[in-house]
Design a protein around this ligand. Structure first.
Ligand SMILES: Cc1cc2nc3c(=O)[nH]c(=O)nc-3n(C[C@H](O)[C@H](O)[C@H](O)COP(=O)(O)OP(=O)(O)OC[C@H]3O[C@@H](n4cnc5c(N)ncnc54)[C@H](O)[C@@H]3O)c2cc1C
Length: 417
């Protein structure tokens, strides 16, 4: 095998590793270069919706993911007063052919990395290689690297380069140097994990409140983490606030003092929210930013994938899902044809608009849109009976609308088979 024929993957995050597994399955040679000197299980929780699990099942990973994460049973919606608005089943409990899995990003990353090592060899992911530029000519690409400390490393040659290097993508900047700065929605997200006894169904994802007064999303991501049967529970807070820094750093830690005042009176019979937030292992801050969809991703023998291609607000569990679906889409196309620059253009044609629609939809509608409707109709005050505020039919319609927009309506997924 001539290494010059390889696909060069830049970035061994969720998208890069899933793409690697899809290439391996399709029999396409590749190498991965990652800037981090060590791959650690970073981040907190995320949700893999049925369309993501469908793709990961194709890669033979469903069992491993279920063993690490929690199969989400239901979504439950509550007002900031703890009043129940609506619950609905999820994943296979809702009749999908695939489960929905809530999981620590580090566990998802480890499952993908272990599978790459098992199937392709432990040396397949080359660490400490930070891409700084990509050049190309008629026959291939030359990817330039340094070690993150300014020392230049040997350039690497391949047939094409796919940038899976996340929200600060070097290739994206190279091809779109005048792109506008990220767009801030006006809300900031705080994310953390707390060790807790199971709450509600033991596999519920609960949404509470709206972002003006404070919004909380909380769900378990690991079962039975100790002898008392506690779970690792992920929580996310969204709060309106001015933010002129917009630091897109997934590892930026902050203190509970940033937001706890908004939640001091959130004490319900099924959860003492301030106690949960105070007991967090660690807390991270991330601004709710995205970027307008790009006019193109592919230039000759190079293209973008995952967050490098379509950074979206971390809402609605679609960032990881869309990155995984990108890779699952491109790999068999590369296996089927030799004219790879044209294949990269076809991949762009299949995925650019589809993912751009998700970026834009994330601005318009959130999974908990029903809570906004209830907030507006009640003026944020407690209600006597939810039926006085919104009918059951309307609640169902809001949820179905969101599923369509986010790309995981059950019928649409089956049609895609
Ligand atoms: C450390 C970290 C923690 C995260 N935590 C969460 C979380 O808790 N919840 C959540 O919803 N999302 C989180 N995300 C984002 C989430 O993983 C992505 O939105 C989503 O999975 C899409 O995956 P991706 O592969 O496109 O990007 P990412 O998963 O971000 O992967 C990008 C990879 O590229 C590497 N890289 C970056 N620049 C270069 C370069 N110049 N050369 C080579 N390699 C490079 C990065 O180190 C990383 O491994 C996190 C991302 C990171 C990197």
């Amino acid at each position: 095998m001539n290494p010059d024929d390889d696909v060069i993957i830049i970035g061994a995050g969720i998208g890069g590793l899933a793409f690697a597994l899809a290439l391996q399955r399709a029999g396409v040679p590749f190498r991965i270069y990652e800037s981090a000197p060590e791959l650690k299980p970073l981040g907190v929780g995320l949700n893999l919706l049925p369309h993501a699990i469908k793709a990961l099942t194709d890669l033979g990973l469903q069992k491993r993911l279920l063993a690490k994460g929690v199969e989400t049973r239901e979504y439950s919606f509550y007002t900031r007063h703890g009043q129940h608005v609506y619950s609905e089943p999820r994943g296979m409990f809702a009749g999908y052919d695939w489960p929905q899995i809530s999981i620590h990003r580090g566990d998802l990353h480890s499952v993908l990395l272990e599978a790459v090592k098992e199937r392709c060899g432990a040396d397949k992911v080359v660490l400490d290689h930070k891409c700084v530029a990509v050049e190309q000519d008629e026959t291939g690409v030359t990817v330039r690297f340094d070690n993150g400390k300014g020392e230049t490393l040997a350039p690497q040659r391949g047939a094409i380069a796919v940038a899976c290097d996340g929200v600060h993508s070097v290739l994206r900047r190279q091809h779109h140097p005048k792109e506008a700065v990220p767009r801030y929605e006006g809300t900031t997200q705080y994310r953390g994990t707390t060790r807790l006894q199971p709450f509600l169904s033991g596999a519920s994802m609960a949404y509470l409140g709206t972002y003006e007064t404070g919004k909380l999303i909380i769900y378990p991501i690991r079962n039975n983490i100790d002898a008392e049967g506690r779970q690792l529970v992920n929580w996310v807070i969204e709060l309106s606030k001015p933010n002129d820094q917009l630091l897109r750093d997934w590892n930026r830690q902050c203190s509970v003092d940033e937001f706890i005042a908004n939640f001091e009176d959130w004490r319900f019979d099924w959860m003492d929210v301030p106690a949960v937030l105070r007991a967090a292992d660690s807390i991270y801050e991330y601004p709710m930013v995205d970027q307008d969809p790009l006019p193109f991703w592919t230039v000759g023998r190079t293209t973008l994938m995952g967050d490098a291609a379509h950074p979206m607000m971390p809402r609605g569990s679609n960032g990881a899902a869309q990155a995984i679906i990108d890779g699952i889409t491109l790999a068999p196309m590369l296996a089927a044809r030799d004219d790879w620059p044209a294949v990269l253009k076809d991949y762009e044609a299949q995925r650019l608009k589809a993912t751009g629609d998700v970026v834009l939809a994330n601005r318009e509608i959130a999974p908990d849109a029903v809570l906004r409707v209830v907030h507006e109709r009640t003026g944020g005050q407690p209600f006597r009976d939810i039926a006085d505020v919104i009918s059951r039919d309307e609640l169902v319609q809001w949820q179905e609308r969101y599923r369509k927009v986010a790309g995981f309506a059950a019928d649409d997924l089956r049609k895609a088979d």
